[in-house]
Design a protein around this ligand. Structure first.
Ligand SMILES: Nc1ncnc2c1ncn2[C@@H]1O[C@H](COP(=O)(O)OP(=O)(O)OP(=O)(O)O)[C@@H](O)[C@H]1O
Ligand SMILES: [Mg+2]
Length: 240
């Protein structure tokens, strides 16, 4: 199983939105995707309509038998978040044995909370790749280089992919941020993905409707972009 931590130290950069929508575009009849909501805010769980009294990521990491729940999208599974995620112990590696129990799935996307709490550190330590969503604003490089440095402190060689979200191509600041990111990629050793997810009302609205944008508005620019992102990723990950 390929394990991907979706991380950014900065809050509100589209981590949860990326996990839900990318996951929905990666799963097929033959490819099962499991999402883990590691954030006490539980945005991912809400956005997929699974925020009730359910077994959580905290149970799962505490070695309790937890079966992921299938979402409204076939073969897209979720382990919901827990408000008490902050209780997670920093003393032992809980992720490696827990993730081993998910070996029947093909890809696991972990939605990290902002900042660098215990769960984010452990997700970073146990993943095969890291995905960082960024918004093309003037301070994009500062936030990104901080996130990359934090990751590299523990995982000097792990592949890092960067995806631009809430993308507004017509803005001058977007073009400036694009140039900064392109220039910084070799130096900071990350891959800047070609696909950008546009800012769009359908993506935001789909969250309130508890379904991915591909279900809520399949023909929207956001839905098409997430499908392209999934294709690009599969190429990067598996070379096909
Ligand atoms: N492509 C998009 N178009 C419009 N709005 C978007 C898009 N992507 C994300 N958003 C909005 O941006 C906000 C932040 O997104 P999200 O919750 O995914 O960020 P996050 O990084 O997970 O935040 P946190 O750090 O709090 O966990 C949400 O209100 C979401 O609806
Ligand atoms: Mg989030």
């Amino acid at each position: 199983m390929l394990k991907v931590a979706v991380f950014n130290f900065k809050g509100g950069t589209g981590k949860s939105t990326t996990v839900g929508n990318l996951g929905a575009c990666l799963c097929t009849r033959d490819r099962s995707i499991v999402l883990i909501d590691l954030d006490g805010q539980r945005t991912l769980s809400f956005s997929l309509g699974l925020d009730g009294d359910l077994p959580t990521a905290l149970d799962f990491l505490s070695e309790r038998e937890v079966t992921p729940i299938e979402t409204s999208v076939r073969n897209l599974w979720l382990i919901p978040g827990a408000l008490e995620m902050f209780q997670l112990s920093a003393d032992e590696d809980l992720f490696t044995p827990a993730l081993d129990r998910l070996s029947g799935y093909d890809i696991c996307l972990m939605d990290c909370s902002p900042g660098l709490g215990v769960s984010s550190v452990q997700a970073i330590l146990s993943s095969d790749r890291i995905l960082i969503p960024v918004i093309c604003e003037p301070a994009v490089l500062k936030g990104l280089s901080e996130a990359v440095q934090l990751i590299r402190g523990d995982r000097p060689e792990v592949p890092i992919d960067v995806v631009r979200v809430r993308y507004r191509p017509r803005l001058v600041m977007t073009k400036e941020a694009d140039d900064l990111l392109t220039e910084a990629a070799p130096e900071l050793n990350f891959r800047l993905l070609k696909t950008c997810i546009p800012e769009g009302v359908a993506v935001a609205e789909s969250i309130a409707h508890s379904v991915p944008v591909t279900v809520y508005a399949p023909r929207s620019a956001g839905a098409k972009a997430y499908k392209s992102l999934a294709k690009e990723y599969l190429k990067v990950w598996y070379g096909n």
